[in-house]
Design a protein around this ligand. Structure first.
Ligand code: FE2
Length: 297
């Protein structure tokens, strides 16, 4: 336990200063981000948090976390995505621990004909659920970490107990990445980068066509399993980055705008080995409305 206290203190400090809008795991059903900051500051004022007084200091309780495990962001409801109430009413299989499988937000067949129903169903209820279950299983060895957000865990992998480090990297990363992935796809046709995001794309890539080509080429060149991201830095500058396996952009301190899952489980049933066709199809379901919110946050 003594070994974990510095981790909790340091990782909380990192979390408080994290300007990343995406809170893949804000483990609260009731707090908005402002509430979270407020209670976090209280913790600092009270000194080193102990696992016993974290709840009384205003940190989310384990019960709150269990009821959600997904972003409580205002973005979600204003973006037409599921609210936390919608989430809590879902009946997905519950594993013991702080994190839960978020709902998809649309029907499994809603992205047809570009992304097929069978793939979406097994991807969400199979692969993503497994990441959540294994993340919870790993954390069950150290329940004092239940109060630490997913972003904070992922940003401090090397400070985690060695016996859960890889499990949190892989399964916490899988949970973070997929939670984001469901939100950057939509059955709504015709979404597009708004003026500010489009201007940034034109500035940093020359044109939207150039951006799309570069994004696609980066995804095609990503060896094996991984993800390709459009990320924003603090100045608003955009860059395309691939991460291997279930690694996330969290340690980079950059804001995700869009991301494509390049694991074969994301496309093999429909596209087999044709990653090229999958990427083209996927561009038809990108949720630029959500991307706009992420860029402008
Ligand atoms: Fe996936």
């Amino acid at each position: 336990m003594k070994d974990l206290l510095p981790l909790i203190f340091i990782t909380l400090a990192t979390s408080f200063n994290n300007k990343n809008n995406f809170r893949a795991s804000t483990p609260s059903n009731n707090m908005n981000s402002d509430d979270s900051m407020s209670s976090n500051n209280n913790m600092f004022a009270n000194g080193m948090p102990s696992t016993n007084n974290m709840s009384s200091n205003g940190m989310p309780s384990t019960n709150n976390m269990s009821s959600n495990g997904m972003p409580s962001t205002n973005n979600m409801s204003s973006n037409g995505m599921p609210s936390t109430n919608d989430m809590s009413s879902n009946n997905f299989a519950a594993s013991t621990g702080p994190f839960r499988l978020p709902p998809l937000g649309y029907a499994y067949n809603a992205l047809e004909p570009y992304i097929d129903e069978a793939t979406m169903k097994v991807h969400h209820t199979g692969h993503h659920q497994t990441y959540v279950d294994k993340l919870n299983e790993a954390l069950s060895k150290y329940p004092q970490l239940y109060n630490v957000s997913l972003e904070t865990l992922l940003n401090n992998i090397d400070r985690l107990p060695s016996d859960i480090r890889e499990a949190v990297r892989n399964n916490g990363g899988g949970h973070y990445n997929h939670s984001f992935f469901w939100k950057v796809m939509t059955p709504n046709r015709g979404t597009a980068p708004n003026s500010s995001l489009r201007a940034a794309i034109d500035r940093d890539f020359g044109s939207f066509e150039n951006f799309r080509n570069e994004f696609k080429q980066t995804a095609l060149n990503t060896f094996g399993s991984g993800w390709t991201w459009l990320l924003k830095d603090d100045s608003g500058k955009l860059q395309i980055v691939s991460t291997p396996n279930q690694n996330t952009p969290v340690p980079l301190g950059l804001v995700p705008i869009i991301a494509i899952d390049l694991w074969e489980h994301a496309y093999y049933l429909k596209h087999q080995n044709r990653r090229n066709n999958y990427i083209d199809d996927w561009f038809n379901v990108v949720n630029w409305d959500y991307a706009n919110q992420s860029y402008n946050a």
